[in-house]
Design a protein around this ligand. Sequence first.
Ligand SMILES: N[C@@H](CCC(=O)N[C@@H](CS)C(=O)NCC(=O)O)C(=O)O
Length: 207
Amino acid sequence: MAGPAFTIWGRLNSHNVKKVAWFAEELGLAYVRHDIGGQFGYTDEYLAMNPNRLVPTIEDGKLVLWESNAILRYMAAEYGGPRWFPHDPIDRALADRWMDWQFTYADCQRLPFLSMARTPREEWDVAAIARDVDRCARQLAILEEQLTRTLWLSGGEFGVADVPMGVYINTWFHLPFDKPEFPRLADWYGQLKDRPGYAANVMIPLT
Ligand SMILES: N[C@@H](CCC(=O)N[C@@H](CS)C(=O)NCC(=O)O)C(=O)O
């Protein structure tokens, strides 16, 4: 009898859960996902696995793991191999840094996202949103520059290092604020949109 499937715990309207569900599809991994967190609340069983009261968490055989980018690295190593995460230490480090860098970006996107996607329009703090959008744009200029030098954040081809910012860039392009033009970012986003796992798990209504 087949063992338990790779299990993802977390609601899909979470950026960090989207990363894991999308990447599972890129790897062709059979998985089950259970809604938990946010509007679904938590169970004691879940909090015993992840005491941070955050999503996502995965179970894979005897492994229980939280922290979305650590999960992505595990998935790439266990199920993907060098195609997804280069063995060469220099290539790997250059790709890997964009995964950690995403948390820097997430910090400035938090307020516009929570304010615009999860708050009635009449309650938006327009000045605060504009300040954070400006901060996000300054950070995205760094990504734009990188994408003039490599096609993907992972290097010459799409890989795991494109996933964290790949999720966040969908939100950047969808939230209704004025934004500067970033042509290479727009190209990169256009290519992500053609990936079925991205369309199914990331390009869903922002809620
Ligand atoms: N660094 C953590 C952050 C996890 C996190 O902040 N998750 C958010 C959703 S994106 C969360 O769980 N919020 C509370 C909730 O959903 O109940 C990771 O990358 O996994």
